[in-house]
Design a protein around this ligand. Structure first.
Ligand code: AMP
Ligand code: MG
Length: 413
């Protein structure tokens, strides 16, 4: 409207001049201290992949539920074949799923049995079919079979009443299978954080189609949405806003109540149109902080929490490599904390430089996009391509980030 200030009234509350560098660990501590585990909830087993058990899970029944055969063969009394080869009378057959009631194995008798079928009463062992020969109503058992051979005992994997998984256990595909084997339909877990992703910048165009002069395609939003999904979080596409403080503020105010956390990209550096940091300071209150982190890529970073639920908002840098690396350093550990994971970090391993990795001393940790392979002396790391923070291809080619501390770098070997 008439008389409204051109900047929408948003002016930095704090000094937004570049100050000293903040160590990665300090920036991470600051972020983590503002984030909290989400309240536990019951989810259907089919939705629990990658989620963390909120309390210990006990079995209500044994697995396997009954004694059954681990082989296709003949159920028998081991005492009948203790002395070596013997001929037994075949008195019936049991397939997997058959009720064994009504069949029993007496002295000198055997029951043909398939893998997974319940052991008939009287039998205490199974001879595998490869070591038998049918002879009319009889079967020749070609070798001695000890008691318990090829029999799966009830509860030998999991006993009834046993603690199967501790609280804090991350549920993978095999966990889902174990819980299904116990008849569990709902599990008490920390829910999957719902994470909004908002791109910012007047230069951005979403999707295909011609590019007008000066425009580029939005790659951060698809990349971050994919990263979130790959990390087991629930991505929410919040679209795109231009470099306009009111539109930015509006987008964040609408998004915060819908999301457990929000990622923005762009607008946190020292440029004239870097307004995300300003809006975060305006709306975020005490928690708002704009930092220059002692790392490359990923130096500019803003963080805030938003009312009404203190939703964490991560102001990631705009350059595509920086956005994803900054996510790795700050957002991913925080989201894992919210999701109840006891372990917030990716594994860190020592590796040998497979090529020269020279750098200038600049007070910052350098994160080099590398391909790590197994060499004769252990892991070897080589740069995966051009290392500019706008050159995303080398990150796509990389399987690790090499931590190259401040100084002159390292030579091959
Ligand atoms: P900024 O910090 O907003 O100045 O952005 C830094 C650089 O990242 C500029 O070259 C931007 O054009 C670029 N950039 C910002 N957002 C995106 C995005 N969503 N996708 C691709 N590049 C971006
Ligand atoms: Mg921008």
């Amino acid at each position: 409207g008439a008389g409204a200030p051109a900047d929408g009234g948003f002016r930095p509350k704090m000094e937004t001049a570049v100050s000293g560098l903040v160590a990665v660990e300090e920036a991470r501590r600051f972020v983590l201290s503002a984030c909290h585990r989400l309240p536990a909830a019951e989810v259907p087993l089919a939705d629990a992949l990658g989620l963390v058990a909120a309390r210990p899970i006990r079995s209500s029944e044994p697995v396997p539920p009954f004694a059954n055969s681990s082989m296709d063969g003949y159920a028998l009394r081991s005492g009948d074949v203790a002395g070596g080869p013997a001929k037994l009378r075949v008195v019936g057959a049991l397939m997997a799923g058959d009720d064994p009631a009504g069949l029993s194995v007496g002295e000198g008798e055997a029951v043909r049995i398939m893998t997974g079928a319940a052991l008939p009463s009287g039998a205490d062992a199974v001879c595998m079919i490869e070591h038998t020969r049918p002879e009319g109503d009889l079967v020749l058992i070609e070798e001695a079979v000890g008691p318990g051979t090829n029999v799966r005992r009830p509860g030998e994997d999991i006993a009834a009443g046993e603690e199967v998984f501790a609280a804090g256990e991350s549920l993978g595909p095999a966990h889902i299978g174990v819980l299904a084997s116990l008849g569990v339909a709902w599990v008490d877990v920390f829910p999957r954080p719902r994470v909004g992703v908002l791109s910012t910048g007047d230069e951005l165009v979403a999707g295909p189609g011609p590019l007008a002069p000066g425009k580029i395609r939005d790659s951060n939003r698809p990349g971050l949405l994919a990263r979130l999904r790959a990390d087991g979080f629930e991505p929410i596409d919040l679209g795109w806003v231009g470099d306009e403080p009111r539109a930015l503020a509006q987008a964040l105010v609408v998004a915060a109540p819908r999301c457990d956390a929000v990622l923005t990209s762009g607008g946190v550096s020292v440029g004239d149109r870097d307004l995300v940091k300003v809006v975060l300071e305006q709306l975020g209150g005490q928690q708002a902080r704009w930092m220059q982190v002692a790392v490359r890529p990923g130096k500019p970073f803003a963080f805030s929490t938003f009312p009404p639920r203190a939703t964490p908002v991560f102001g990631l840098p705009g350059n595509p490599v920086s956005a994803l690396v900054s996510y790795e350093l700050f957002a991913r550990p925080a989201l894992r904390l919210m999701a109840g994971h006891p372990n917030l970090e990716r594994p860190r391993l020592p590796a040998i430089a497979g090529a020269d990795m020279r750098r200038q001393a600049d007070g910052r940790l350098h994160l080099v996009r590398v391909v790590v392979t197994t060499g004769p002396d252990g892991l070897e790391a080589r740069p995966s391509g051009a290392q500019g923070s706008h050159q995303l291809r080398a990150l796509a080619a990389a399987n690790a980030l090499a931590f190259l501390p401040d100084g002159g770098g390292v030579g091959a070997g």
